[in-house]
Write a protein that binds this ligand. Structure first.
Ligand code: 5AD
Length: 464
């Protein structure tokens, strides 16, 4: 998820501040960290494959340190160290601050003379084992969840200086019955608004013009006198900032105040990700989503009233325990009614420790049935997306160029409505705004033709 990308930037920053150099290939590294997701079993299986591949390098170079970080590390903990004995470190999301000191315990070459001893609460040293090189080695598990860890004061090493991710909240207080996040990231913790504003102000001064505020339920953000709508408004007014997005909101916290800020603030983009999960009230109830199809549709209507032409995206799960064929049809009906610009679709994946595992045995949907529903859902959502995007061909949109496209001589950027578009240009355009005519669509993305430089916005630092 975006939070994981952001965590990767945080880990790189923490390590770079400690003198580590970031290399591109695992073959060149002394330490390889695999940052992981726990949201579905599929993601976890891929990590296990990746980690065993890395062991191929370690067989040649026994000193290589392999670490597994993130939500899957938190979830599997020490059992991961047992199942994959070549893994040296497992570390959950609250441990990143201590990465340098933990690695000093593990990296043979590191100068450990002045190393502070690892924070005892968080570290659980395991019995020594002997590495293939013959030197004593051990495995470390850093799994402490820390309510006090606010990630403040850590340097990020951002992958892009065009558009930046800003975590404003971590963890989650909801208990959606399918979801592992509250158990691996802990309860909701919100950053101080002043710290968020300082961070974005510095980015704006350095030339970054787009920021995305991140949180598991980002719009439930609350810190002292600061609500999410207030923070969003202030962030969007900071010098140099020209586009603000946020993800992922919970539908229940899409309030009239939030819609008003989105409608009134010119720098808040006309785009909203609104996870529906299902179009069946009975399923929504069993998911503990705390809204109904009717109230969700009502939210969509209010949002579209406030911000006409807003692009909406969603998340949907098929095959949730107990979902009947008729309830799945209701989900398709929701898709047809809302007509989302984009949909992220998932087949239900059982996550050990979540409430949904306790539904009666007979409720669990056959994998093939869930797969068939998923494919049908994808077909419906892609058809809608293609129809919508075809109607947008011919428009001229403001595009922020993010990077060179895979195709030579092309660059790739996004419109304010978060549509991806490629057009002719070179790397010198990266970071600048252009007016681009949408010429054709592949379905999900567009190709375009430059239609002149974008109007200069107040506070804009760079333009083409
Ligand atoms: N199985 C399938 N999909 C899931 N998601 C979260 N947990 C599960 C699960 N156990 C999906 C939800 C969420 C998105 C990030 O991942 O749709 O919004």
């Amino acid at each position: 998820c975006q939070m994981n990308i952001s965590d990767g930037e945080l880990m790189q920053g923490v390590l770079a501040s400690d003198g580590y150099e970031i290399v591109d290939r695992p073959e060149d590294a002394d330490v390889v960290l695999v940052n992981t997701c726990a949201i579905r079993e599929h993601a976890e299986r891929r990590v296990l494959g990746r980690v065993s591949q890395l062991n191929g390098i370690k067989l040649e170079r026994p000193d290589l340190v392999i670490g597994v970080t993130g939500c899957m590390a938190q979830r599997m903990g020490e059992s991961l160290l047992e199942d994959a004995p070549y893994v040296d470190l497992v570390m959950g999301p609250d441990g990143y601050r201590t990465l340098p000191e933990q690695l000093r315990e593990l990296v043979p070459a590191a100068d450990s003379a002045d190393a502070p001893s690892g924070s005892p609460g968080a570290t659980a040293p395991r019995p020594s084992r002997t590495s293939r090189a013959g030197s004593p080695a051990r495995q470390l598990a850093v799994l402490g969840m820390n309510r006090e860890e606010n990630y403040e004061g850590l340097e990020m090493r951002r992958t892009s200086d065009v558009a930046a991710w800003i975590p404003i909240q971590r963890g989650c207080d909801h208990r959606c019955t399918f979801c592992i996040v509250p158990y691996v990231r802990g309860p909701e913790k919100n950053r101080r608004a002043e710290d968020v504003l300082d961070e974005v102000r510095a980015l704006g001064a350095a030339g970054t013009t787009e920021v995305t505020l991140l949180g598991q339920t980002v719009n439930s953000y609350s810190a002292g006198e600061w609500s999410f709508p207030r923070l969003l408004r202030e962030v969007s007014r900071l010098p140099g900032i020209r586009r603000v997005r946020f993800t992922s909101p919970h539908p229940n916290d899409v309030t009239p105040e939030l819609i008003a800020v989105m409608a009134e603030e010119p720098n808040v983009c006309e785009q909203l990700h609104l996870p529906a999960q299902s179009g069946s009230n009975r399923t929504l109830k069993r998911m503990l989503r705390r809204y109904t199809v009717e109230s969700f549709l009502e939210k969509v209507e209010r949002v579209r009233e406030g911000v006409p032409d807003i692009a909406l995206s969603t998340d949907i799960i098929t095959g949730f325990p107990g979902e009947t064929e008729e309830e799945f049809e209701q989900t398709l009906e929701l898709m047809r009614r809302v007509r989302f610009d984009d949909a992220f679709t998932y087949k239900y994946s059982l996550r050990e420790g979540t409430p949904a595992t306790r539904f009666p045995e007979g409720d669990f949907i056959d994998g093939e049935v869930a797969q068939r529903r998923l494919e049908e859902l994808i077909r419906v959502s892609r058809d809608i997306q293609r129809e919508i995007n075809r109607t947008e061909v011919g428009r001229v949109e403001e595009v922020l160029v993010e990077r060179s496209a895979r195709e030579p001589g092309q660059v790739m950027g996004r419109t304010r409505r978060n549509k991806v578009i490629a057009f002719a240009g070179d790397a010198s355009l990266i970071g600048s705004y252009h007016r681009v005519e949408l010429v054709a669509t592949t379905g999900p993305t567009f190709s375009g033709r430059p239609a002149g430089a974008a109007d200069e916005a107040p506070g804009l630092q760079r333009t083409a």
